[in-house]
Write a protein that binds this ligand. Structure first.
Ligand SMILES: [Zn+2]
Length: 342
């Protein structure tokens, strides 16, 4: 099959488009013919070596995949060739202390499609049958590929971790990103008021259309001051943060007393400082989360079918143009998700 893969770490120039080993399903696996695969920030970390692929190189990125069932392992039941599917990207062992507690995303042997295994920048990809959900007819392959990581992670962060309620005020960092554009919509669906940040003025109208009431250009405005102004000096109840560094530290200053910051990524840097006086004296909560549950992905699918959530697609590139797609994301030119289509 054809795939976009890399044999060395570096920038987009390291991505090759060529013949690659075909995935061979084990007894409980399914091979999916990829219809669409979305790019993610984690792909960039895998590519440049900040998060080297655990199984080594060469490696195929791509953790958000939709497609059709092509072949099934001999023990797989309930899935038929040609069926439209979406892949839940998290792998867990089902046996460790955390899996037994029902918290599979912190499994001691946790892994991601496209990180711990070859992913969807390819014509075909292999996944455990248990990770497949039917993709409703009402959701296109392209829209579906924007859901399994970006939309699901934002859902879990806001609904399960931050317990966002009607009337809450939420600051979502980086409206132009996949998680940002999803988080704005989910917070609004939960009845919250939303403010967000953008890096250029041409994204302001985009963020407003998603449901943000107040949009701040973080290059020309101070988002902490703006959060205070927007909430009458009070500060916001919740921050969804995925940038790290200075943005992480300053996000904590935008919180009101007993506010919660949910960290779901580190797009700029893995490091961030905390003023501990501020955390304990205001009883702040700093909460980490990754991905969500398969049940939550089903709930997200239902909301998308009903039109209450809309995955935001920036544009789709042909698989052979993966280099250009990756560079487009590295240059932060995208508003929403960037896709590859074989
Ligand atoms: Zn486990």
């Amino acid at each position: 099959m054809k795939a976009a893969f890399f044999k060395e770490h570096g920038g987009s120039e390291k991505i090759l488009y060529d013949d690659y080993r075909d995935p061979v399903p084990d007894a409980t696996d399914v091979v999916v013919r990829v219809a669409a695969c979305a790019l993610n920030h984690v792909d960039m970390l895998l590519l440049d070596g900040r998060f080297p692929p655990p199984e080594g190189l060469p490696h195929v990125n791509g953790c958000e995949v939709t497609g059709v069932v092509e072949t099934t392992g001999r023990e797989v039941k309930g899935l038929t060739r040609g069926q439209r599917v979406i892949i839940f990207p998290g792998f867990s062992c089902g046996q460790c202390e955390y899996c037994l507690r029902g918290e599979r995303t912190v499994c001691t042997r946790y892994g991601y499609l496209g990180a711990h295994k070859d992913g969807g920048y390819a014509e075909r990809v292999k996944a455990p049958a248990a990770n497949l959900l039917p993709l409703p007819e009402a959701i296109s392959f392209e829209a579906g590929a924007a859901l399994p990581l970006a939309m699901l992670t934002s859902w879990h962060a806001l609904v399960a971790k931050a317990d966002v309620r009607p009337g809450h005020t939420v600051l979502v960092q980086a409206a132009g990103s996949g998680v940002g554009s999803a988080a704005i919509q989910i917070a609004r669906l939960a009845g919250a008021r939303v403010m967000t940040t953008v890096g250029s003025d041409d994204k302001i109208e985009f963020a407003r259309r998603l449901g943000a009431e107040h949009v701040v250009n973080y290059r020309t405005q101070d988002f902490v001051e703006e959060a205070k102004r927007w909430t009458g000096k009070r500060g916001v109840d919740v921050v969804i943060e995925h940038i790290g560094g200075d943005t992480f530290e300053r996000s904590t200053y935008a919180l009101t007393r007993m506010g919660v910051l949910v960290t779901i990524g580190s797009h700029d840097t893995h490091w961030g400082r905390l003023d501990l006086r501020h955390v304990y004296s205001k009883n702040l909560r700093i909460v980490g989360t990754n991905l969500g549950t398969i049940l939550e992905l089903k709930q997200v699918l239902d909301h998308v079918v009903a039109g209450r959530l809309t995955p935001v697609i920036d544009r789709a590139f042909p698989l052979k143009d993966t280099r250009a797609a990756v560079q487009h994301v590295l240059d932060r030119k995208n508003k929403g998700k960037v896709l590859l289509v074989p």
